[in-house]
Design a protein around this ligand. Structure first.
Ligand SMILES: [Zn+2]
Length: 323
């Protein structure tokens, strides 16, 4: 839907209506990457845009930590109105550099999900390697930006060792080698930076596994190790308990129900997925839906999702589809 159409709907008061209707359904926002004021990057939010988003959140919503939201959900009491929780995935350093100062300025709590082997400097995240390859000059058609959704679709279903081989072979066919350590755009936070963020009292550090595998592509034994080991490594690295988990990729076919159970058994208190939705009293605290923010750049697009319009639009469309 165009920004013009969204502006017209907003002008007619449609967003005000959906905001009231969905008031008691908390929203969990999903962020990944940020960049400086004079930079432009399709996959990263510019700090000036982020500043405008945070001012809008402060004016219109009650922003709480994901833990608090999960506790309120679990308590069975009616959910408080206009609640929002912020989450950031993966653990890249641009979050420390660009997001953290703004969280402090606006006094907004957030949960930062990190991949422990990435923070330890053992490897960089495989999805970033694919993005890096797609940004190289003279790359094969197969990994040009337009083909990336299909490439990720296929890679998500591969066993980790096959995916690793695919990345290496593709790099070789392009005449490049994937650097051992990530370039600055894909670099991780250090433990020290994560500790500083956690010590601010605004940021809780959660687990996003050890190696970012798609859980449905590995065995239950392997996913158990990912859950337990990441929790232990992050907890040791920041000197605090780790309570929240984030599924890699997080779409419906990226995990099995046995693995959702494992998250609870491993001692986590809640988990987030990447499917779109708003939180309701009946929502499973281990399958909390989110609103992806990376591609939502205009205020109209942001309002469409944050004011509840997109939620009712989707419900209406799927209802019509079934009829
Ligand atoms: Zn991730």
């Amino acid at each position: 839907m165009s920004n013009f159409a969204l502006r017209a709907l907003r002008g007619l008061g449609v967003f005000s209506l959906t905001r009231v209707l969905s008031a008691s359904m908390p929203r969990i926002l999903m962020y990944h990457d940020f960049c400086g004021p004079n930079e432009a990057d399709d996959d990263a939010i510019n700090v000036e845009d982020l500043r405008r988003q945070f001012a809008y959140l402060r004016r219109n919503f009650r922003v709480v930590s994901l833990r608090q939201l999960a506790d309120e959900l679990r308590s069975g009491a009616s959910l408080q109105k206009h609640t929002v929780a912020l989450t950031i995935d993966d653990g890249r350093r641009n979050c420390y550099e660009f997001l953290f100062p703004l969280l402090k300025e606006f006094e907004l709590p957030a949960t930062f999900f990190v991949v422990s082997a990435f923070i330890q400097g053992e490897d960089w995240i495989w999805t970033d390697k694919v993005l890096w390859l797609s940004r190289q000059a003279n790359g094969p058609e197969a990994i040009m930006p337009d083909s990336l959704p299909a490439v990720f679709g296929a890679l998500n279903r591969m066993r980790p060792e096959n995916r690793k081989a695919w990345i290496e072979n593709t790099a070789q066919s392009m005449g490049v080698s994937v650097p051992k350590t990530p370039p600055p755009r894909f670099a991780p936070c250090s433990w020290e930076e994560l500790r500083e963020m956690a010590d601010s009292g605004l940021i809780e550090i959660g687990s996003h596994t050890v190696t970012h595998p798609i859980l449905s592509s590995i065995s239950d034994e392997e996913s158990w190790a990912e859950l337990i080991n990441s929790r232990a490594q992050i907890s040791a690295g920041i000197g605090r308990p780790v309570n929240c988990f984030c599924f890699p990729n997080g779409k419906a076919n990226d995990y099995r129900s046995s693995q959702v159970k494992q998250i609870q058994e491993a001692g986590y208190l809640c988990a987030v997925i990447a499917e779109f939705g708003l939180v309701q009293a009946s929502t499973d605290p281990y399958l909390l839906p989110r609103i992806g923010m990376t591609r939502k750049r205009t205020q109209e697009q942001i309002s469409k999702y944050l004011e509840g319009f997109a939620y009712y639009q989707e419900r209406f469309q799927s209802g019509r589809g079934e009829a």
